[in-house]
Design a protein around this ligand. Structure first.
Ligand code: 9UX
Length: 69
């Protein structure tokens, strides 16, 4: 069963930011889909099992943004 978790990410201001975050998070093992809402910074991640929050944080950091919560 898939689980969707929504994270709050700061620093995204354009569609290229959205793509950078989406690609990094989508590359994590087990991730099925990633949806980003640019105006609010909400990043919804659907995965087969619950993800390691540290891995999500690292991926967002790698993309150049910050996981706020
Ligand atoms: Mo857009 Mo985001 O020019 O860091 S890629 S602002």
């Amino acid at each position: 069963m898939s689980t969707t978790t929504t994270y709050q990410v700061s620093g995204m201001t354009c569609e290229h930011c959205v793509r950078a975050v989406t690609e990094e998070v989508a590359a994590l093992p087990g991730v099925e889909s990633v949806a980003v809402d640019l105006p609010t910074g909400a990043v919804s991640v659907t995965s087969a099992a619950s993800l390691n929050p540290d891995a999500v944080r690292a991926a967002i950091d790698e993309a150049g943004y910050e996981l706020v919560s």
